[in-house]
Design a protein around this ligand. Structure first.
Ligand code: ADP
Length: 270
C-alpha cells in the first residue's frame, strides 16, 4: 500500500479582470469557488485513482473545510484514520486568477504545520510518499522511520526546500520538476536516485529518458497538478511491483490526464 504524508488545503479561488497592485482593491467577478488541494491530498487522490490502497497522514482543523475534505477523501477510497484534527484552521490557499489565466497564490499552512510523523504500520512492499508542504523535519523523521522498516520512500521535493542529506540518500527516487531540479543542482544535496519531470517533454530517471503520454495542444486545459498526479500514480505503481519503465508509463498517463481537466484533482469542488 501507499502511505501519503503531506498537506491538505482548501483552495479558495476568485477570478478578477486584473490583479490588484499593493494597496489596491479590485472586485472579483464571481463567487468564490472552493476546491480540494494541497500536494498531499492531490497525490493521495491520484494514488487511490490508480487503485492503490492509500493511507493519508495529515492534519486538518476542527472546521467545516476540514470535515468536508476528510469526507471527500473517504469517498474516494482513501483511509483517513491518520488524518488528525489539529488546534489550527485547515490549511488554505487563496488563489486569484486574472483574465489572462495568470494566478497569484497565498498559502496559509494552518493545520499542515501540525502534521506529525506518526505513521501507520508499514514495511517491505509499501511506499511512503512525501512532499514539502509540511515541515521538513517531520518529513525527514517519517522518511527515516519508513526506510528503517523496509518501505520504499518517494520524496517529491516540492515546493523546493533543502533535504537533509540522509533523506536525499534514502529516497528512491527524489522527484522534481525542471525548476526544482535547478534549485537542487545549485545546492550541495545529492539524491541517490533522481527523477526529473519535463512537462510535455516527459521525464528522466537517473539519466534514462522516458516520453510523456501525448496530449494534443487543444486538449491542454490546466496544467495545475500534473506533477502531483504523476507522483501519486508513480507511488501506486511502485507499490504494485511495477518496474521503472512501467511505473513511469503509468505516472505519465496520470500526468497527461491531469492536464486535460481543471484543478489539481478530478471534480475538485469541496
Ligand atoms: P509539475 O506539474 O510539477 O510542474 P510537470 O509539468 O513536469 O510537473 O509534469 C509532470 C508530468 O506530467 C510530466 O513528466 C508528464 O508525464 C506529464 N505532463 C505534464 N504536462 C503534460 C503535457 N502538456 N502533455 C503530456 N503530459 C504532460
Amino acid at each position: 500500500r501507499v502511505v501519503v504524508l503531506g498537506s491538505l488545503n482548501v483552495d479558495l479561488v476568485a477570478h478578477v479582470e486584473r490583479h490588484p497592485r499593493p494597496g489596491e482593491t479590485v472586485l472579483a467577478d464571481d463567487a468564490v469557488q472552493r476546491f480540494a488541494g494541497g500536494k498531499g491530498g492531490n497525490q493521495a487522490v491520484a494514488a487511490a485513482a490508480a487503485r492503490a490502497e492509500v493511507v493519508m497522514v495529515a492534519a486538518v482543523g476542527d472546521d467545516e473545510g476540514g470535515a468536508a475534505y476528510r469526507a471527500r477523501l473517504e469517498r474516494l477510497g482513501v483511509d483517513v484514520s491518520a488524518v488528525a484534527v489539529a488546534p489550527a484552521a485547515t490549511g488554505q490557499a487563496w488563489i486569484v486568477v486574472d483574465d489572462e489565466g495568470e494566478n497569484s497564490i497565498v498559502v496559509v499552512a494552518g493545520a499542515n504545520g501540525h502534521v506529525t510523523a506518526d505513521l501507520p504500520p508499514l514495511g517491505e512492499g509499501d511506499v511512503l510518499l512525501v512532499q514539502l508542504e509540511v515541515p521538513v523535519p517531520v518529513v525527514a523523521r517519517a522518511a527515516r522511520a519508513a526506510h528503517a522498516r523496509g518501505a520504499r520512500v518517494v520524496v517529491n521535493a516540492a515546493p523546493y526546500a533543502a533535504l537533509p542529506h540522509d533523506v536525499a540518500a534514502l529516497a528512491d527516487p527524489v522527484v522534481v520538476n525542471e525548476h526544482e531540479a535547478m534549485q537542487l543542482a545549485d545546492s550541495d544535496v545529492v539524491a541517490r536516485s533522481l527523477l526529473v519531470t519535463f512537462g510535455a517533454a516527459g521525464c528522466s530517471w537517473d539519466g534514462e529518458r522516458f516520453d510523456a503520454a501525448p496530449v494534443g495542444a487543444d486538449e491542454v486545459v490546466d496544467t495545475t497538478g500534473a506533477g502531483d498526479a504523476f507522483c501519486g500514480a508513480l507511488a501506486a505503481a511502485l507499490a504494485d511491483g511495477a518496474d521503472r519503465a512501467e511505473a513511469v508509463r503509468r505516472a505519465a498517463a496520470a500526468g497527461a490526464a491531469a492536464v486535460r481537466h481543471h484543478g489539481a484533482q478530478p471534480d475538485p469542488e469541496l
